[in-house]
Design a protein around this ligand. Structure first.
Ligand SMILES: [Zn+2]
Length: 285
């Protein structure tokens, strides 16, 4: 994959603060004007008055790197963040995430931009050893309508011919398939059993370990702590306490990444590598 280095020199947008990223956030530029491609967006970021940035900008012909992956970009700052973002990423998610801007310029080919973004995201996941549970929409962190084609049904139909929930699920699926195709050793096969403890009591059901991520059976864990589980047959999406989860269905049972499930259930999570046990507990107990 070819990435064009066009690092920002504008210190307001690229402050040079070291970060340890924990996730990858997908954005759109929201600029459908002709010529609003990766180079133009990079020039915008580099204007001395601009205080916004992202690590990468993708259009239909290239990937531009604006900020190195171990430095902070200003792409998800807000007054308030979603509870899930705070639980997983901390109180200032710019400190803990990488950002990709997808261009939507009218004179570009969006399908190519989409495909290029899938490949870049797969590359980032591979290099950091992450699963697709590390992918976020800007919307998931702040509630902003970004990227609109993964948030609003109207834009999703216009850009991708499906609902927003389906489009986002498909994007993650496409990234996962790319990781598996190009990096077969990272295929997310269950590679081990994970035991589950809630407030010190072991559950009779077990989770599994895939690519270093613990996946837990959603319903069994949620119901053990009186969480509300909803299943939407049309989109094949599971919601817990009204929030969407990354899930995988295995033999009719929905599994979700342990950290994500713990966050929506408001549980503290601890991993004991020696006993291969995910320990969940209500905060403060
Ligand atoms: Zn955004």
């Amino acid at each position: 994959m070819e990435i064009r280095e066009m690092l920002l020199t504008n210190k307001r947008a690229a402050p040079g603060v070291r970060i340890t990223p924990k996730g990858l956030v997908i954005h759109w530029t929201a600029n459908e004007g002709k010529g609003a491609d990766a180079t133009a967006n990079r020039q915008y970021f580099n204007r001395p008055t601009t205080q916004a940035s992202a690590h990468y900008i993708v259009d239909d012909t290239q990937i531009v790197r604006c900020i190195p992956e171990d430095e902070m970009a200003y792409h998800v700052g807000a007054r308030t963040y979603t509870p899930k973002a705070v639980a997983v990423l901390g109180s200032y998610p710019n400190n803990a995430t990488l950002g990709i801007e997808m261009c939507v310029n009218a004179d570009g080919d969006f399908r190519k931009t989409y495909r290029r973004t899938v490949e870049l995201a797969a590359d980032v996941l591979k290099r950091h050893g992450w699963g697709v549970d590390r992918l976020w929409r800007h919307y998931d962190i702040t509630g902003k309508n970004c990227p609109a084609f993964f948030v609003s049904d109207e834009k999703a139909r216009q850009y991708l011919g499906m609902s927003a929930a389906q489009a986002w699920a498909k994007f993650k699926d496409d990234v996962q398939k790319t990781v598996v195709t190009e990096h077969p050793h990272l295929e997310q096969k269950p590679v081990g059993t994970v035991f589950i403890e809630i407030n010190g009591k072991r559950l009779s059901v077990q989770g599994c370990l895939r690519s270093g991520v613990s996946w837990l059976p959603v319903r069994a864990v949620a119901e053990a702590v009186c969480g509300k589980v909803e299943w939407c047959a049309a989109t094949k999406q599971v919601k817990v306490n009204g929030q969407d989860l990354t899930e995988t269905i295995d033999n009719g049972t929905a599994y979700a990444p342990a950290r994500e499930l713990a966050a929506v259930l408001g549980l503290e999570i601890e991993w004991c590598g020696q006993t291969k046990t995910v320990k969940l507990s209500k905060g403060g107990e």
